[in-house]
Ligand binder design. Structure first.
Ligand code: F6P
Length: 326
C-alpha cells in the first residue's frame, strides 16, 4: 500500500455549521503528520474545474467559529458521470493528491464511494449535514447547531402563538428524516411533531386532532418535517382550514436560516474529533469509511452502512414528546 503524501479536502452538498471546524482539524492533523493538504473549492465541481489551492496551518486560522464553509460547496451533476469523474481524477494526479477527505451528507458520500472504487483512491468521509440522516453515527456535524437554531426560533413563535391563541405549523428541514422536527419539538415544548417516518403509516394530523391535542391549551405549536410524505406545513394548514375551521391556523417555514450561524461547542468538538480521526484512519489504511460517533467513541463506518440507510426514529423520543406535551 502506497503511503499517503498529499490529501485533498472538500465540502459538498448542503453546508452545515461545523464544516469549517472539520476543515481546520483535517488540515492541521494532516500537516502534524507530515502530509500536504490541498483545499478543493466548491466540492466535486472544483475537482473538475481545477479550483485547488495548497493549505498551510494558517489557511484555516480564525474559522472554527464561522458557519458555512470557507471551501464553498456545490451539488455537482457532472461528477455523477464517468466523464466528469475522469477529469476529477486527472486533476488530482496533476496536483499530486493521492487521497481525499470528503465532508458532506448522503449524496456526497455516495459520490465519494463511487469515485474511490472506480479509481482505487483512498477516500474517507465526515458526516456534514444538519439532517442527521446518516447511518452508523449518533449525530452528524451541524445537527446540534441547527437544532438550537430551530429551538430559539420556536421560542419566539410561541410568544405570538400564545398571544393570538393560534395553531402554528412550523416547517423544518431534514429531507426525509424527522430528527430535527422531533427533537426540536421536545426542546421547545411543542405539542407535536409530524415526521415522515410516522406519516408513512398513519395520518398524524387526524390522530392529533381527534385525540384533542389542544386539551386545556389555547395555542399549539406543531413541528413538521419538510417532505412529500408529511405534505409539509402549508398542506397541513390547508387541511386544517378545510376540515377543522374552528382553529386559527398559521404557518412558519424556517428555511435556510436553519443552516447558518456559528456552530455550537458540541459541533465544533465533534468536527475537530472527526477531522483528526479522518487523517488517522487514512494513515491506518482505512478506505471507504465515514467517521461516526457512537457512545462518545469515534467509529469507522463503511460508506455502504452510512448511506441510504433508513434511520429508525427512536421510540423513546416519541414517547417523551407525547407525555411531556399533555
Ligand atoms: O441536506 C441538507 C438540506 O438542508 C436539507 O435539509 C434540505 O432539504 C436541503 O438541504 C435543501 O437544499 P438546498 O439548499 O440546495 O435548497
Amino acid at each position: 500500500m502506497e503511503s499517503i503524501k498529499c490529501i485533498g479536502v472538500l465540502t459538498s452538498g448542503g453546508d452545515a455549521p461545523g464544516m469549517n471546524a472539520a476543515i481546520r482539524a483535517v488540515t492541521r492533523a494532516a500537516i502534524f503528520n507530515g502530509i500536504r493538504v490541498m483545499g478543493i473549492y466548491r466540492g466535486y465541481r472544483g475537482l473538475i474545474t481545477d479550483e485547488i489551492v495548497e493549505f498551510k496551518t494558517n489557511s484555516v486560522s480564525n474559522i472554527i467559529q464561522q458557519g458555512g464553509t470557507i471551501l464553498k460547496t456545490a451539488r455537482c451533476v457532472e461528477f455523477r458521470t464517468p466523464e466528469g469523474r475522469k477529469v476529477a481524477y486527472e486533476n488530482m494526479q496533476k496536483h499530486g493528491i493521492d487521497s481525499l477527505v470528503v465532508i458532506g451528507g448522503d449524496g456526497s458520500l455516495t459520490g465519494a464511494s463511487i469515485f474511490a472504487n472506480e479509481y482505487n483512491i483512498p477516500v474517507v468521509g465526515l458526516p456534514g449535514t444538519i439532517d442527521n440522516d446518516l447511518g452508523g453515527t449518533d449525530v452528524t456535524i451541524g445537527y446540534d447547531t441547527a437544532l438550537n437554531t430551530i429551538m430559539q426560533s420556536v421560542d419566539k413563535i410561541r410568544d405570538t402563538a400564545t398571544s393570538h391563541e393560534r395553531l402554528f405549523f412550523i416547517e423544518v428541514m431534514g429531507r426525509n428524516c424527522g430528527y430535527l422536527a422531533l427533537n426540536s419539538a421536545i426542546a421547545a415544548g411543542a405539542e407535536a411533531a409530524i415526521i415522515p417516518e410516522i406519516s408513512i403509516e398513519k395520518d398524524q394530523l387526524s390522530e392529533l386532532i381527534q385525540q384533542g391535542f389542544r386539551k386545556s391549551k389555547s395555542s399549539s405549536l406543531v413541528l413538521v418535517t419538510e417532505s412529500d410524505v408529511t405534505g409539509g406545513a402549508l398542506k397541513l394548514a390547508e387541511r386544517v382550514k378545510n376540515e377543522y375551521p374552528q382553529y386559527d391556523v398559521r404557518v412558519s417555514i424556517l428555511g435556510h436560516l436553519q443552516r447558518g450561524g456559528s456552530p455550537t461547542a458540541q459541533d465544533r468538538i465533534l468536527a475537530s474529533r472527526m477531522g483528526v480521526a479522518a487523517i488517522e484512519a487514512l494513515l491506518e489504511n482505512q478506505r471507504n469509511v465515514m467517521m461516526g460517533i457512537r457512545e462518545n467513541e469515534i467509529d469507522y463506518v463503511p460508506f455502504k452502512r452510512a448511506i441510504k440507510q433508513e434511520r429508525e426514529i427512536n421510540d423513546e423520543l416519541l414517547q417523551v414528546l407525547k407525555i411531556s406535551s399533555i
